[in-house]
Design a protein around this ligand. Structure first.
Ligand SMILES: C[S@@+](CC[C@H](N)C(=O)[O-])C[C@H]1O[C@@H](n2cnc3c(N)ncnc32)[C@H](O)[C@@H]1O
Length: 386
């Protein structure tokens, strides 16, 4: 509740800070033009607060700034959470920072927090391999940092759809690109499928280069890509080839590139889904060894053209055969480690039950109870660094 007394106090203090005051009573009741209290005014107010030498006075000023922000939230809110916080400040984070200052009991500590907030608002501390501003790390609530990824729903924004059997949810490449690339860098997808990674590239402003053995997959991808707006003017290059055999250097040369900054591999989980009749299709590998040979070959080729310090991620699940759990994920992980990649994380992601299996859930539960095994509900994202 904003009382008349508080408004008076606020009017006086903000006047002292040289900032126009909002008449809260009028705002609550009438349509009025709100005086600007945007980033500029906030910086000015905080700078003046750094001069204060009395804790009580400092707290009053912070409380007033906080109140003014609550009433002017629209000037601070970022329009959409996938946007990087370059200019727009998330009101929620800002208010939490001010709250922290209000809860501090010494002038020194309070001043430290005010100066830290000012620094966070005015300077950018960029990561080497992404666009995350580490001075504003609290604002990246959309970026996952835990090793358990529970993603309940497929992101259906943009042109994404679940039409291609065996595609992954867009959140996977989205998370990887936000953590491990900067805008304008190049991402290689060694198994394009319906183009989920390349669509995300377009949406996030990364260039994408990809390979798939299946012409049908590429035509689906082309279709999907043509519907996605190219708002960052990025490039997308598609190759119809066998990723285990292709000369990656030549592929990059043909489009004027020397290296890439992120590799994403989403192979078939061996023969769980048959993607084509082609004998080179990894879903037709005749045994586990030949499947893993394919994974190793792609890993080696990717290693050659990935910049040092940069990342490769493989998304893969296990399979069950003749009463035995086949740990394709860990076997593939070992192939990549043996090449020389440094394992950075083993992420476990919940598994989206496919439409086909949904009606059979009871049957699988029965089978599991009889057969002494557990029904697959997860897959892996193994994350490596060169
Ligand atoms: C699991 S899907 C990839 C799905 C993709 N991430 C998406 O979201 O649409 C695997 C893809 O690998 C392709 N594939 C299988 N063996 C291949 C090979 N040796 N070289 C290139 N592509 C291959 C299949 O045609 C299939 O499109």
């Amino acid at each position: 509740m904003v009382t008349v007394g508080k408004i008076k106090l606020l009017r006086e203090t903000i006047f002292l800070m040289g900032v126009d005051l909002v008449d809260f009573n009028r705002i609550d009741n009438e349509e009025v033009d709100r005086p600007e209290f945007g980033k500029e005014q906030l910086l000015e107010a905080l700078t003046q607060i750094t001069e204060i030498t009395e804790l009580k006075k400092l707290r009053n000023q912070i409380a007033n700034v906080s109140l003014t922000i609550k009433k002017n939230a629209r000037n601070f809110t970022r329009e959409n959470s996938s946007e990087e916080p370059e200019y727009g400040i998330k009101t929620e984070t800002l208010l939490k920072d001010l709250e922290q200052i209000l809860e501090t009991y010494s002038l020194e500590r309070s001043q430290y927090y005010v100066k830290r907030l000012l620094k966070a608002l005015t300077t950018k501390k960029s990561g080497k391999i992404n666009d995350i501003n580490l001075n504003r790390w609290k604002e990246y609530g959309d970026i996952v940092t835990d090793s358990l990824w529970i993603m309940e729903k497929r992101d259906r924004s943009g042109v994404h759809n679940a039409g291609y059997w065996g595609n992954f949810i867009p959140q996977i490449p989205q998370q990887l690109m936000k953590r491990f690339t900067k805008k304008g860098e190049w991402v290689l997808d060694t198994f394009i499928g319906s183009g989920t990674t390349l669509i995300e590239c377009k949406r996030l402003g990364r260039n994408g280069i990809g390979v798939d053995l299946s012409k049908d997959a590429l035509s689906t991808t082309n279709d999907n890509l043509s519907k996605e707006e190219n708002k960052f003017s990025i490039r997308t290059e598609l190759f119809n080839a066998d990723s285990t055999m292709l000369d990656y250097r030549q592929m990059l040369n043909s489009v004027g590139l020397k290296s890439v900054q992120l590799v994403i591999m989403h192979p078939p989980y061996w023969d769980i889904i048959k993607f084509s009749e082609n004998q080179n299709d990894l879903s037709n590998a005749t045994n586990e060894k030949s499947f893993l040979d394919g994974i190793r070959s792609i890993g080696e080729k990717s290693y050659e053209i990935l910049d040092r310090g940069r990342y490769l991620a493989i998304v893969i699940g296990d399979k069950y055969s003749k009463g035995e759990w086949i740990p394709l994920g860990f076997e593939s992980m070992n192939e990549l480690r043996n090449i020389g990649f440094k394992l950075k994380s083993v992420v476990v992601k919940n598994f989206d039950v496919t439409k086909g299996k949904r009606n059979q859930e009871d049957l699988w539960r029965y089978r599991a109870l009889v057969g002494g095994f557990y029904v697959f509900k997860h897959e892996y994202v193994f994350i490596f660094q060169k």
